[in-house]
Design a protein around this ligand. Structure first.
Ligand code: UDP
Ligand code: MG
Length: 313
């Protein structure tokens, strides 16, 4: 019998873990051809999330849990879970039921048809402000333009991945992870199915604009060096224009003598070049920061407990 693991990263989700379990098992109980595992990753929650996971584990052997040593963020929580998956497929889901488990049978259907990555594409996004929708739309447009691999718009982490994809992702050990990009980067045949994204059933979102902006920069800098390329190109163009202008100034001075006029143009050029230089220093800093973080080669996460056993090493 093929085994499918549902991977559920959780951070302070005590309000929804029970509801999640009830609704998901409602669906899973009707699918008899597969063996299921629900793997909860407790990403350093400060509320009763872990205790809830333990109760569920005690009453249902299909439930596993992984307790990380602190809050590492969803991206790391996901790879921690993936490292502990030994199944024929996995489905990544949020604990807040924004990803409807009713889609699971359809995902399995397409997986059995041979697709290695069945991703759920949002038709609509309930419970999100127009500003969030608009910024997200614009961001994907830009990202699409500058990155060499196609990044799927309106597709989140909710997807079914075949064991081949799982094994590929296990090999990618970068610490500043942009998992959405990694899913695209590994390749394999993808199938998009459409769904309406619900609003979170309870609890609050862990994202704020600052975190989202960081994730956005992460996405840009981890999959493309186009910003650096732009810096080089713009530098070339500006230098060329400067040389031409210099020639013009020298010529004018030789022909008509020295004049001191031109303060406004001078100051605007100086400020403009200064601004551009700072901007691109910042962009270079982003990449240097990434190099710094990756060269430390630290383990991605530490595990406190895995299914009732304390992890010592
Ligand atoms: N999450 C996590 N670690 C974090 C933040 C979030 O494991 O540091 C989990 C969270 O518990 C949820 C999923 O990631 O299952 C998505 O988070 P959330 O619903 O807050 O994000 P949104 O749906 O608003 O983008
Ligand atoms: Mg959510």
């Amino acid at each position: 019998m093929k085994k499918i693991t549902l991977l559920v990263p959780c951070y302070n989700e005590e309000a929804v873990v029970g509801k999640f379990y009830d609704r998901v098992t409602g669906i899973l109980n009707d699918i008899h051809q597969y063996e299921f595992e629900i793997l909860f990753v407790n990403d350093g929650s400060k509320d009763g999330t872990l205790a809830l996971m333990k109760t569920l584990r005690a009453k249902d052997i299909r439930v596993s849990y992984l307790d990380l040593s602190r809050n590492f963020g969803k991206e790391i929580a996901m790879i921690a879970g993936i490292d502990h998956i030994n199944s024929d497929a996995m489905i990544v889901m949020d604990a807040d039921l924004q990803d409807p488990p009713e889609l699971i049978p359809e995902m399995i259907y397409w997986w059995e048809k041979g697709y290695k990555d069945v991703c759920a594409k949002r038709k609509s996004r309930a419970g999100e402000t127009w500003l969030k929708k608009w910024t997200s739309h614009m961001y994907y447009k830009v990202l699409q333009q500058v990155s060499s691999i196609p990044i799927q718009p309106d597709v989140g982490d909710f997807r079914l991945l075949d064991a081949q994809c799982i094994n590929a992702i296990k090999l990618i050990r970068e610490s500043q992870r942009y998992t959405k990009g990694i899913f695209s980067w590994i390749g394999f045949e993808k199938k998009e199915i459409l769904f309406d994204r619900d609003a979170r059933v309870a609890g609050v979102t862990k994202w704020n604009y600052f975190k989202l902006m960081n994730l956005a920069i992460e996405g840009l800098t981890s999959f493309t060096i186009v910003p650096l390329r732009i810096a080089s190109l713009l530098g070339c163009v500006l230098s060329l224009v400067s040389i031409l202008y210099m020639c013009l100034v020298i010529f004018k001075t030789l022909m008509w003598g020295d004049t001191v006029a031109g303060y406004p143009s001078l100051i605007s050029v100086v400020l403009f070049i200064g601004g551009i230089q700072l901007l691109f220093l910042g962009i270079m800093g982003e990449y240097i920061g990434r190099i710094f973080n990756e060269t430390k080669c630290r383990p991605l996460y530490f595990i406190n407990e895995y299914n009732n056993t304390t992890v010592k090493k």
